[in-house]
Design a protein around this ligand. Structure first.
Ligand SMILES: [Zn+2]
Ligand SMILES: [Zn+2]
Length: 133
């Protein structure tokens, strides 16, 4: 499996899996940090390029509610993607009600943004005007 580094989002300050992660693989099968690594936050949609010193240590484990697989993750993770089935569950950090609340608020906001963007795309598609690439 390709490595999936966890970083703290500089947009929403939460730790979670990436919506988008683009990198080159090094000869050792790890992320080639000499190249640009593009990362997008799955919680708030913040697009960033990340460096190896931002990657958090996997110092905790997440248990999947669906398949019971243990996935290593940072203790600060608010969301963790199951290594086996890909289900994204609540990370260890959400035992803190403040972080759980922050996560809910950011995800609700992001979902609203996505819906607005979709509506804009739909309305553009309806007319025959030029569309941005
Ligand atoms: Zn974020
Ligand atoms: Zn699972």
């Amino acid at each position: 499996m390709r490595p999936r580094p966890y970083v703290r989002c500089r947009g929403c300050d939460l730790v979670g899996p990436a919506e988008r992660l683009d990198y080159e693989l090094s000869d050792t099968g790890d992320v080639d940090w000499g190249q640009q690594v593009t990362w997008q936050c799955a919680e708030c949609g913040f697009l960033d390029s990340i460096a190896s010193d931002q990657v958090l240590a996997l110092d905790a484990t997440h248990t999947c509610v669906d398949c019971a697989t243990h996935t290593p993750c940072p203790a600060t993770a608010a969301r963790v993607e199951c290594d086996r089935c890909g289900l994204i569950g609540l990370g260890p950090a959400t035992t803190d009600p403040e972080i759980a609340g922050q996560l809910r608020a950011i995800e609700a906001l992001h979902e609203m943004e996505l819906r607005v963007q979709q509506a804009l795309r739909d309305s553009r598609g309806a007319s025959d005007g030029p569309r941005p690439a």
